[in-house]
Design a protein around this ligand. Structure first.
Ligand code: G6P
Length: 371
């Protein structure tokens, strides 16, 4: 009923709007003023300290949350991080031992590919930390440590609030590792946590773009394809934006690392093609920002319709943006928590305009329990 959907036509929009709460609930209880706390830890602090390599394994949107995590964990912990699709991981004979930490990210905690990756990792003596939204699910039960996301039940098949909560939880995993390894002082961990705590309000702010983005979605709903470009943490956001559009609107969509534009994707640019660009902060990442500005001007010169997600007050992009969607200024590593939101709304509205069931896209299941 409409009441269940919070007055919306579909659950996904309700769940998109619940994201500030999902983030706040996920952070709550995981910092006691001095230390990041996991929900379950059947692995010693010494073992966490001895970790010398991290794999993140996951599927779908959860995999994209892992790609974001790589930037944070490498930066904070000075540990090599590989992010791998769970369905590829165990068939590749990955190099694992007891100093390897495998972070298994799964909303349902029941995804067969991820579960089998966990089992393979444990057979090879690696330690497994689960990031999961479902209490007592199989993946956390078989893991050495668990951090629960508290996004609440997610009805929409395409992940939204669970995805944002996964990103936040992965950051907590990074901070927990940094504190165990001593690559961050306690006051630095506290500062990072405080930044995270400011994110629900930032996401609330970005929700004020919903009407603008829905209107845009209606205007571009008959496009043949949409491209998404980003760099640094904006690259996984571009991948997620494209995945959402494929899942919901059955539209050809691809996400690219913007630096790759000249190595191929630029050949796809044609008159009227919508290209969504996720801009880094002009202050936080000035060099990348200016490279992206030149990318946008190139694609606009070739006739693309540029849709630019940029920090508020970013005046340099304005001349190149056919549509400008403003997001609040936040720390660089945390930007995916705000920049993803308009892409979720865009995909949902394009799907709705095309007449599709936003909550139950064809051929997809909420949780895939077969390999
Ligand atoms: C399915 C869902 C996706 C989800 C993926 C991984 O494909 O449709 O939205 O991202 O599974 O699910 P998990 O429960 O492991 O996070």
């Amino acid at each position: 009923s409409a009441a269940e959907k919070g007055g919306h036509e579909y659950f996904m929009l309700k769940e998109i709007e619940e994201q500030p709460e999902a983030l706040a609930n996920t952070l709550r209880g995981h910092f006691d003023g001095g230390r990041i706390i996991l929900d379950e830890q059947r692995i010693s602090d010494q073992d966490l300290r001895d970790v010398d390599k991290v794999f993140v394994v996951a599927c779908g949107s959860a995999y994209h949350s892992g790609l974001v995590a790589k930037y944070a964990i490498e930066h904070w912990c000075r540990l090599p991080v590989e992010v791998e699709l769970a369905s590829e991981f165990r068939y590749r004979d990955p190099v694992l031992d007891r100093a390897t930490l495998v972070v298994a990210v799964s909303q349902s905690g029941e995804t067969a590919d991820t579960l089998e990756a966990v089992r393979h990792a444990r057979e090879q003596k690696a330690r497994v930390l689960a990031v999961c939204n479902t209490n007592g699910a199989q993946i956390p039960r078989e893991s050495d440590a668990v951090l629960y996301t508290h996004a609440g039940p997610e009805i929409g098949v395409a992940s939204t609030k669970a995805f944002l909560a996964q990103i936040a939880a992965n950051y907590l995993v990074g901070l927990a590792l940094a504190q165990a390894r001593g690559t961050k002082y306690p006051d630095e961990v506290a500062r990072e946590f405080a930044e995270l705590e400011s994110m629900p309000a930032a996401v609330q702010k970005v929700l004020s773009t919903v009407d603008q983005v829905r209107d845009l979605g209606r205007r571009i709903a008959d496009s043949k394809a949409v491209l998404f470009l980003g760099r640094h943490v904006g690259f996984p956001v571009a991948l997620e934006g494209a995945l959402k559009l494929k899942e919901l609107a059955y539209m050809h969509a691809e996400g690219f690392a913007a630096g790759e534009l000249k190595h191929g994707p630029i050949a796809l640019i044609e008159e009227g093609l919508p290209v969504v660009v996720v801009m880094p902060s002009p202050k936080g990442r000035a060099v990348l920002h200016s490279k992206l500005v030149s990318n946008i001007s190139e694609i606009q010169a070739r006739g693309a319709r540029t849709i630019v997600i940029a920090e508020e007050g970013d005046e340099t992009v304005r001349p190149f943006a056919d549509e400008l969607i403003e997001i609040p200024a936040v720390p660089t590593l945390l930007q995916p928590l705000v920049s993803t939101v308009p892409l979720q709304v865009l995909a949902a509205e394009i799907a709705r305009t095309r007449g599709y069931d936003v909550d139950k896209p064809r051929n997809l299941a909420k949780s895939v329990t077969v390999e």
